[in-house]
Design a protein around this ligand. Structure first.
Ligand code: ATP
Length: 386
């Protein structure tokens, strides 16, 4: 039977990990990680199922997925606040969690940035940044970081005297002060208003690059992950569906879930009639590509990914579709349309908006590019613990 690692297990090496380290080593290496909370976690017994992931030195990787898919738990495993039932974690080439070791969080050389900043309220900005420095006399680095993050003028202020954006910058400066090999960021921008969020998130890759630190950032916002990350790891129900560059995710989603979550696309059931593939919007041409799953007519259950922009919509009292909801997006409308037991997202230009409850006819745009997947395209875990 699998056992949790014990928190008092002796650590093999008490040296804290710091950047820089040889470029040939991975900043983070996760191998076959399985985790469950005592008593399970709702729907699935396992919070994380066989996670394999590697971050190169200096890379910024997004951890993207819906609420409850296990993103924070994965960060907590890496930081050392939780212990996996199975699998190995290496940071900067050194095993910090595995069958034979479990390094304490403060020995892992990991910086953490939280949603709620978690600053010390009784210390000034300067005091917060200096707090984690290995050598108290290393004030040069604290001054450099405050300058890098545009906080030099505010060094004597306490956290309550700073704006939300300034507090988040300070939290990042404090996490980076001890020169960690890796910084873990748990939805760091979610409490900020749009303008500050956009500015801070665009600065993050530059700040990490200047510090030579790798970052793993949790977000449930696909736009944020695609905008700033070198690669994005998409998690669903504790399984890693794909880890790829933003361009690859968009053009070559590995599973229908990735397409639905990252591209906000529609996933429709499809069926073969002879050698033609049909959907409720009519026949489609399966798109082939090097990393898209190959389909054959033997594939009984097939799913098709259709962009909300590739569906045409017009008012029609005898149409099979019905508008169930709509959102004004500024330049277009996003409709929720029900046809049979399928609900579709359809984005149309601003002309003549349809009313909620109106019947309508739907069809695929003639030039629509659709991606097809076997209905079982979810990754299957290679090991199922008993
Ligand atoms: P969100 O985006 O909403 O923060 P998440 O992807 O970060 O979600 P986690 O916080 O990792 O998700 O939680 C994954 C699952 O584990 C959820 O079902 C959650 O309820 C469960 N869970 C989290 N912490 C515990 C705990 N201490 N004990 C039991 N179950 C937990």
């Amino acid at each position: 039977m699998l056992q949790s690692h014990q928190s008092d297990r002796p650590s093999p090496d008490s040296t804290v990990l710091h950047a820089p380290y040889p470029a040939s080593l991975h900043a983070i290496e996760l191998q076959g990680l399985w985790h469950r909370f005592p008593g399970g976690c709702g729907g699935s017994e396992w919070t994380l199922q066989g996670i394999d992931l590697r971050l190169e030195r200096g890379e910024l990787v997004g951890l993207l997925g819906p609420s409850g898919c296990g993103k924070t738990t994965l960060l907590r495993l890496i930081a050392g606040f939780e212990w996996p039932q199975r699998g190995v974690i290496r940071l900067a080439g050194r095993e910090v969690s595995g069958p034979n070791c479990c390094l304490a969080p403060e020995r892992r050389g990991v910086g953490m940035v939280f949603q709620d900043y978690a600053l010390f309220p009784h210390l000034t900005a300067w005091g917060n940044v200096c707090f984690g420095l290995r050598q108290r006399q290393n004030k040069g680095r604290a001054a450099w970081l405050l300058n890098l993050l545009g906080l030099s003028e505010l060094a004597e202020r306490y956290p309550h005297e700073l704006s939300g954006g300034q507090r988040q910058r300070l939290a990042l400066a404090r996490a980076l002060a001890p020169e960690p090999a890796v910084v873990l960021l748990d939805e760091p921008f979610s409490n900020l208003d749009v303008e500050v969020r956009l500015r801070l998130r665009s600065e993050l890759p530059t700040v990490l690059a200047q510090c030579g630190t790798s970052g793993l950032i949790v977000t449930h916002d696909p736009e944020e992950a695609l905008a700033i990350c070198d690669r994005v790891a998409v998690l669903h129900d504790g399984r890693l569906h794909q880890c790829a560059s933003p361009q690859q995710l968009v053009h070559q989603p590995a599973t229908s879930f990735v397409g639905r979550f990252v591209l906000q696309g529609n996933v429709l059931p499809a069926w073969w009639q002879g050698s033609d593939l049909h959907t409720l919007l009519g026949p489609v041409q399966p798109l082939s590509g090097p990393s898209l799953p190959r389909l054959s007519v033997q594939e009984a259950a097939v799913e098709v990914l259709v962009s909300p922009d590739d569906i045409e919509l017009e008012a029609d009292d005898s149409g099979a579709g019905k508008v169930m909801g709509r959102e004004f997006l500024g330049r277009s409308w996003l409709y929720q349309v029900e046809q049979g037991d399928v609900r579709l997202r359809v984005r149309r230009p601003m002309d003549m908006p349809l009313q909620i409850g109106q019947h309508c006819a739907l069809r695929l745009r003639p030039a629509a590019v659709v991606k097809t997947f076997p209905a079982t395209s979810s990754p299957q875990p290679t090991f199922v613990p008993s």
